[in-house]
Design a protein around this ligand. Sequence first.
Ligand SMILES: NC(=O)c1ccc[n+]([C@@H]2O[C@H](COP(=O)([O-])OP(=O)(O)OC[C@H]3O[C@@H](n4cnc5c(N)ncnc54)[C@H](O)[C@@H]3O)[C@@H](O)[C@H]2O)c1
Length: 334
Amino acid sequence: MVKAVVLGAAGGIGQPLALLLKANPLVTELGLYDIVNTPGVAADLSHISTPAKVVGHLPPDDGLAKVLTGADVVVIPAGVPRKPGMTRDDLFKINAGIIRDLATGVAKYAPNAFVLVISNPVNSTVPIVTEVFKQHGVFNPKRIFGVTTLDVVRASTFVAEIVGDLSKAPSIKVPVVGGHSGVTIVPLLSQSSTPLPSSVDQGALEKLTYRIQYGGDEVVKAKDGAGSATLSMAYAGADFANSVIKALKGESGIVVPTFVHLTADAAGGEALKKELGKELDFFSAPVELGPDGVKSIKSLGKLTDYEKKLVEAAIPELETNIEKGITFIAGSKL
Ligand SMILES: NC(=O)c1ccc[n+]([C@@H]2O[C@H](COP(=O)([O-])OP(=O)(O)OC[C@H]3O[C@@H](n4cnc5c(N)ncnc54)[C@H](O)[C@@H]3O)[C@@H](O)[C@H]2O)c1
């Protein structure tokens, strides 16, 4: 039995994400929560002939407590999306408060659930969830994840486009590490499971790296005021949730990049900090998932000189983003 919950389930990401979770045969109960429209979304999804029982809740009548009770996996895409001209960090103030309040609910009503944070800026919202859990005495670093899968999905697709064969996109694996905004997104293209063609010179490699780092901007611009990536994000979020659920049910050998607290695997985390040459608390690294959440944090492997430079550029920005989340909670009344 697996109960999955979506907080922000009526939104641009929330609705298609809820649809994909309803279509996942491993999910037996699906709880939807938002400040608007969840009864309608739940009624609509409940007619789909898959196993999950669907319930929708709104804030009145203890809706948050009801939806979270018994949850195994909580996915959080609640918030406000980026508009043109807005950076991910501009969103910080609004989304930080929303995440703080929802994390407080999870800490109270589903403290053992796996928490998958989609709301941006992920580099700061994950530290916010962590601080809230610490204050409630329920922090377990193995169970809190920043969802960076969209960067991985984009990298696979863009490499398949360059190789000239989109049918390869689902099987191409490119580790994307660091964090989840701009320069903190570090695609390790030298480790692509399908090597890039030799025609890709340093200039083309830098263009591809930039496209992965700023792929979100392409969507914001094309949507022209109607929001940011929602459908590709829902796909990526459902894919990551599926990895977590499969691991929860005992499947071994699942390794995916995700943004985690580096104490989630003390030895692996320390080794990674040595590799980075920096005492960072959070980093997105390839992580092996298990029934209790993070099983191990893996090394970044062999990096090219260019990739080493990208990691170096990511670190100061990551430090600032992480600190911003922690400071927000320090100044908040919980
Ligand atoms: N991690 C990623 O790769 C990634 C990619 C794209 C977007 N995002 C982020 O995901 C978030 C959502 O984006 P969207 O396009 O779905 O936005 P959206 O505005 O379409 O949906 C957000 C939903 O959250 C709900 N919400 C707001 N406050 C809430 C609260 N307190 N409790 C419950 N629900 C609440 C809103 O009612 C709305 O339905 C944004 O922060 C966006 O930047 C992340």
